[in-house]
Write a protein that binds this ligand. Structure first.
Ligand SMILES: Nc1ncnc2c1ncn2[C@@H]1O[C@H](COP(=O)(O)OP(=O)(O)O)[C@@H](O)[C@H]1O
Ligand SMILES: O=C(O)C(=O)C[C@H](O)[C@H](O)COP(=O)(O)O
Length: 316
């Protein structure tokens, strides 16, 4: 795994992007990859004196208030939550299939689209140890520029591109540019096949995953490429080759109303935590799988972590 920026004892992770509400048929749940990563990573790093935050922008509306209130309840600092008086907090319509697998339709022109690269963001970028970002948070020209500036200022950090591909919001150029800004990537199987086809000249889905991950890693000079594979768990390609962790738990004892929303984000929190704590890749992947399967077994993206997961991070 890439080493943390230095051996500081209080690692700091930033989830950079849009905090939003996942709107299901019968409920509205706070989410958005950056917020999910921040809440989970903060809980994981706390026993080590570390923390995580989200750098985001929400409306000056009741949903924006709820974002701030939820972060406060989960003891995540809100200093980098910008408020926008002119545009609403983001919302996404989520539809679940019979397996609880989600598809998304995003509402346009949300507060995030006007995210500013402020001196406070600059200061945060300069001292964080890891930052996670995706494609969705680069819908507007303003947000694209803010992401670029933040990542340039975070040049010493682990910069994880979690592709989080939503079909309406990506172009090949955006994918290529994002991979160039990153030094690590997390994709699911479908995203890996799309990147193979679009950026590596593959037929898409025909080549074995380790080979595609190795080519992606080499082409974009990434330290590692993690591939999430649903119930098979995550694996990653780094300088040592293709590495697997302990498999995720089956979802037998899962909530009846479970959904997979946020499983990938929880996995990212585990990947970044293990990386910053200097763990071997296999152990990091085991934590990522424990996180992913726990969140996949529950409703919503940010259930409170059980003690058995905190025990994994606490054990030396
Ligand atoms: N059905 C499942 N059973 C056990 N673990 C799961 C299941 N679905 C997801 N996970 C865990 O969550 C991680 C992320 O899920 P996945 O659906 O592959 O990613 P993404 O949400 O990014 O598309 C997996 O690597 C695995 O650890
Ligand atoms: O921000 C986004 O990209 C969203 O779609 C909002 C969702 O709350 C999560 O991001 C779901 O993420 P995963 O299920 O882990 O892939």
């Amino acid at each position: 795994m890439p080493a943390a920026k230095d051996s500081r004892s209080a690692p700091l992770i930033v989830g950079l992007g849009e905090a939003l509400f996942d709107c299901f048929e019968d409920k509205q749940v706070l989410g958005g990859a950056p917020l999910n990563v921040a809440i989970h990573a903060d809980a994981l790093l706390r026993p080590h004196g570390g923390s995580a935050v989200t750098a985001t922008r929400v409306g000056s509306d009741p949903l924006g208030d709820e974002v701030v209130r939820t972060l406060q309840q989960r003891k995540v600092a809100t200093d980098w939550v910008q408020r926008d008086a002119n545009s609403p907090t983001g919302r996404v319509q989520v539809t679940l299939d019979e397996q609880g697998v989600a598809s998304y339709v995003f509402e346009k022109n949300s507060a995030w689209d006007a995210i500013e690269f402020t001196p406070a963001f600059d200061e945060l970028a300069g001292r964080c140890d890891a930052v996670a970002f995706g494609t969705l948070c680069q819908r507007s020209e303003t947000s694209r520029q803010t992401i670029q500036k933040f990542l340039a200022a975070a040049s010493g950090a682990v910069r994880l591109f979690d592709v989080n591909l939503r079909q309406d919001y990506y172009s090949t150029d955006l994918l290529r540019d994002s991979l160039r800004l990153a030094n690590a990537a997390k994709v699911n199987e479908e995203e890996l096949a799309i990147l193979d086809e679009r950026l590596l000249g593959g037929a898409g889905g025909e080549r074995p995953m380790p080979g595609v991950a190795a080519d992606l890693r080499e082409k974009f000079a990434l330290e590692w490429v993690a591939v999430t594979r649903g119930p098979q768990g995550a694996a990653l390609m780094n300088a040592d080759g293709w590495i697997e962790g302990e498999q995720p738990a089956a979802l037998e004892e899962a909530d009846a109303n479970r959904d997979t929303v946020g499983a990938g984000d929880a996995c990212c929190a585990g990947l970044l935590t293990g990386t910053l704590l200097g763990w071997p890749a296999a152990r990091t992947l085991s934590l990522a799988n424990a996180m992913g399967s726990f969140v996949a077994s529950r409703s919503g993206a940010t259930p409170e972590l059980p003690q058995r997961i905190i025990d994994i991070v606490q054990a030396v």
